[in-house]
Design a protein around this ligand. Sequence first.
Ligand SMILES: Nc1ncnc2c1ncn2[C@@H]1O[C@H](COP(=O)(O)OP(=O)(O)OP(=O)(O)O)[C@@H](O)[C@H]1O
Ligand SMILES: Cc1ncc(CO)c(N)n1
Length: 446
Amino acid sequence: MIRKALTIAGSDSGGGAGIEADLKTYSAFGVHGLVAITSVTAQNTQEVRAIHDVDPEVVAKQIEAVADDIGVDAAKTGMLSNAEIIKAVAKTVKKYSFPLVVDPVMIAKSGAPLLREDAMDALIEKIIPLAKVVTPNKPEAEKLSGIRIENLEDARKAAKIIVEELGAESAIVKGGHLGLSEAVDVFYFNGEFKEYRAPFVDGCTHGTGCSFSAAIAANLAKGKELEEAVRIAKEFITMGIYYGAKIGYGHCPVNQNAWIEIPAEKWRVYESLRNAIKELVAIENLPQYVPEVGMNFVYALPRLYARSKDDVAGVKGRIVKFGSAVKPVGGVEFGASDHLARAILTYMNFFPETRSVLNLKYSEELIKKASNLGLRVSFYDRREEPEEIKAQEGGTIPWGIRTAIERINGKPDIIYHLGNWGKEAMILIFGETPQVVLRKLKMLIE
Ligand SMILES: Nc1ncnc2c1ncn2[C@@H]1O[C@H](COP(=O)(O)OP(=O)(O)OP(=O)(O)O)[C@@H](O)[C@H]1O
Ligand SMILES: Cc1ncc(CO)c(N)n1
């Protein structure tokens, strides 16, 4: 059985906020999304160029059409634009009993007004009292409560006013605009305060408010208690901001997909690498190519999600010679590799599609053969490493990979280095996937 959540909101042509953010959020939580569009905005990451409001009667009809047939387990409101739409929405929503999350949208991140000045009273009188939870940011909470908000104590006061004086069941005053070192949201419900905290992240913030309130609605639709729904929404929005893709010239949009895409991609990486390693250990003449320090074989998450070594899967304890065969010491784990993880992360800065690499013992013969086979080969020489990079912990590999790529001004299949005092010479084979790396390896050693 699938749960259904409705969004009553405006459209953002930039796909960052509004209805578009809400639907992506619903989808990320496995909820079927329904829409009642209130207004069409011509918008991008920088500005709102035009606003065209939908006839209030058509807004009401959209709500009725889906509620009467499909059913609504929870709903949210976003941009309501004008007083007539607000009245139509309030009147229609009252006919049903689903929980309502109210995101009192007033101004876009770019500064454009999304609610007419003369519609404020209607919002306060007609919509707020219907809310299971209201989710204002700082300026919105100031407008609703009539008090200035400078700190958490003020945020608590405002949340209390919204509940006790304006009649919402609960309120969460968001701390995205409070200028604190953490993103702290103050929640007032059942006469008690609660705080939801997350580190402030440098990422993409267009559509944060919309996605956050939609995440609460989605989780209410799934039958979660309100406090649990808010907790999950907070985790979801922090992740979405952090993993936002930098598109457009203004505020880039939240990435709602991160929530489902990261676990899905982790599984793909894990499966693919495990299968490749099974094939690798079955190669007969492999032991002679295993370096003294051991071999590893890694596969990174897609570029958007590959930020640190923990986003790169490899073999725990490496792959070692074992009698006349080779053997992975441990299983495939994210964060298991250090050197190769740094190599692939650097390589991906140049060629994001190349996500896998394996290391082999160096031999001049293999390098010659690689060139004869038409593989592109480059190298770095540790003796050329600048002093300031040597002094930097973990700087050698990124410098080396960068140097090797820049040397051929292209995409090497193989990068080798001749080693230095205490450093074993090594060959690295790169490829889009572990299967591509395996193919190149087999060409080379067969
Ligand atoms: N840079 C950030 N890092 C972490 N969390 C953030 C950041 N910015 C906002 N948040 C969180 O995101 C959620 C949405 O809050 P925010 O105050 O940004 O909403 P908003 O101003 O209504 O957004 P919108 O611009 O879409 O209307 C809150 O939980 C807030 O704490
Ligand atoms: C349509 C729409 N709704 C809400 C917001 C909130 O930022 C926006 N920018 N655009």
